[in-house]
Design a protein around this ligand. Structure first.
Ligand code: ACM
Length: 551
């Protein structure tokens, strides 16, 4: 009875006192239910991790945990797998009885044992992330930590995400980052219980994915003459050739790595706009056969877009066929944003096509273009996703919308019973300034502070419960015009991406900005161990952010 009263007291403290909750249970994103309990589990001198069953993925997760505990605590940690009852120590128990879903888990910590229960390996992976976050932050280090009391506070957690889709995008067209960084980015996605890496692989300023059938896409399209320096308005260039691309072997390596971290990689191949780099390589698919197309050197939107000719569709379908073979993801992203129509309006071919197909105008032609691509992707057993411009002229039957120009696109899509992922600029564009621009290294513009990202509720109150089911989730977008290095990407993306991870995972009524910030303060120590150059990190000063032209 005494114990029960104490537990109730702790639960009350957890509910009403954010300071208490953050200090003992600093889990990000915040779980659905966390009941604090009395006491703690002290890691014994020879910890045991017992895996019930023979699932190889669970065994791998247990081995990784054992290696981490061994490395950081110096304790000899062993893994046992098989059919036995729970043991003293850390247990992974596969559940068949509960309705936890693919991503849910229970985590129970008592003075004698820790039990993670889930239905699927992904649920165990997330349970494991929460367990690590209940340990001293030193567990994230890469070397042995001395004089640490290795304990885990007792509690009971029931957890599963609010949304099925929780993503982070990276634009590698404007700047290119090595595979090692892409893996680190995936680590950070997984650490925060996000499950999707949206890889923006092509743009006017660079084509970054090897396509075997069209080698010039990378031979020509991945290289630009020079890069803008300073703000767009300065119109200055660095005069240095710039390039890079991922080979198909590297892509496979990244996709495999992501799978091991329970992250799906969605590739984006931009069309019909943002096509300058592709057209520099294969000008025959543009609207003007005499034009010399160039890989873009300045930021912004270009007029050079694909011509809606049969040969172009064949070209794009052959590219997409290779892309589909490389990426097992259900979704294939085809861009669809910011496609100027002036070349189509001036093209005799396009005007005749508009008449022949009974279309209204060049905007309708974009819809025709997207519908054809949708049909192709659907014929391959995949689903097309595109930016919200693909709503214009009537959305393709199977398409999912990524709502970026505010929330209206997503709301409209959901009302038409189409799935939508919410990435509205005001909350989700992590290339905006995060504090007063005058104090910051150069960024594209806008201002989206951490608190604003955190406050975002992706499900608009204008939707009925049935319509709301079409809001699949939320994503942070990292456009990289002004991010020449991976340090710079980390500086802009974190911690705002962490706020969005909680938006995607945690029920709206459980979110609390002050409580989040307190948990984040502790979480930043973990990010320090992981050498993440988040905004406000003690190591920020080591990095050079100022562009030569910063005034
Ligand atoms: C976009 O920001 N053009 C999707």
């Amino acid at each position: 009875m005494k114990k029960r009263a104490f537990s109730l007291f702790l639960l009350l403290l957890w509910a009403i006192c954010p300071v208490f909750s953050q200090s003992l249970y600093p889990i990000i994103p915040k779980p659905l239910l966390l009941e604090p309990k009395e006491g703690s589990f002290i890691l014994p001198p020879d910890p045991i991790i017992a895996v019930a069953g023979t699932d190889p993925m669970l065994r791998r997760l247990a081995e990784e945990l054992a290696n981490r505990i061994g490395r950081v605590t110096g304790k000899d940690t062993k893994v046992f797998a098989g059919n036995f009852r729970v043991k003293d120590g850390i247990n992974f128990v596969m559940s068949k009885d509960h309705k936890l879903g693919e991503e849910g888990y229970f985590l129970e910590v008592t003075p004698k044992r820790i039990i993670i229960t889930a239905e699927q390996p992904k649920g165990f992976f997330y349970g494991l992330q929460s367990l690590l976050q209940l340990m001293p932050t030193e567990i994230y280090g890469s070397v042995r930590a001395e004089n640490i009391k290795w304990s885990v506070p007792c509690c009971y957690i029931e957890d599963r995400p609010r949304y099925a889709y929780r993503g982070l995008m990276l634009d590698v067209g404007r700047h290119f980052y090595p595979v090692a960084f892409i893996k680190k980015y995936i680590d950070l996605i997984a650490l925060h219980k996000m499950n999707t890496f949206h890889w923006h692989l092509t743009d006017d300023q660079g084509w970054r994915i090897e396509i075997k059938k069209y080698p010039k896409l990378t031979q020509v399209g991945s290289q630009r003459k020079e890069t803008m320096l300073g703000h767009y308005n300065d119109q200055k260039y660095d005069g240095k050739p710039y390039g890079g691309f991922y080979t198909q072997e590297e892509i496979k390596e990244v996709v495999n790595y992501a799978r091991e971290h329970f992250v799906t990689v969605i590739p984006e191949i931009e069309m019909p706009g943002h096509a300058s780099a592709a057209l520099a390589a294969y000008p025959q698919y543009g609207n003007n056969p005499d034009k010399i197309y160039k890989v873009g050197t300045k930021w912004g939107v270009y007029d050079d877009v694909f011509a809606p000719k049969e040969e172009t569709f064949r070209f794009l379908e052959e590219i997409l066929t290779e892309v589909i073979d490389l990426f097992p993801s259900q979704y294939i992203h085809i861009g669809g944003d910011e496609c100027p129509k002036n070349q189509w309006e001036e093209s005799l071919f396009c005007q005749e096509l508009i008449k022949k197909e009974g279309l209204k105008d060049a905007h309708d032609l974009q819809s025709y273009f997207i519908r054809r691509i949708d049909k192709f992707i659907t014929s391959k057993g995949r689903k097309m996703i595109g930016w919200d411009e693909i709503l214009e002229g009537g959305i393709s039957p199977n398409a999912t919308i990524m709502s970026w120009r505010g929330t209206e696109g997503g709301v409209l899509a959901a009302k038409q019973h189409h799935d939508a992922i919410m990435t509205p600029e005001n909350f989700c564009y992590l290339d905006h300034y995060q504090v007063d621009a005058k104090t910051q290294p150069i960024a594209i513009g806008g201002l989206t502070p951490l608190e604003e990202s955190y406050a975002y509720n992706p499900t608009s109150s204008n939707l009925t419960p049935d319509e709301a089911k079409h809001i699949l989730g939320v994503q942070g977008n990292v456009w990289t015009e002004y991010m020449p290095t991976s340090d710079y990407v980390e500086y802009m993306a974190f911690p705002r991406a962490i706020a969005l991870a909680e938006v995607g995972w945690t029920a709206q009524h459980l979110k609390n900005t002050e409580d989040f910030k307190k948990r984040l303060d502790i979480h930043k120590k973990r990010l320090d161990y992981l050498e993440v150059n988040y905004f406000g990190a003690p190591t920020n000063k080591k990095f050079r952010y100022q562009w030569p032209l910063k005034k």
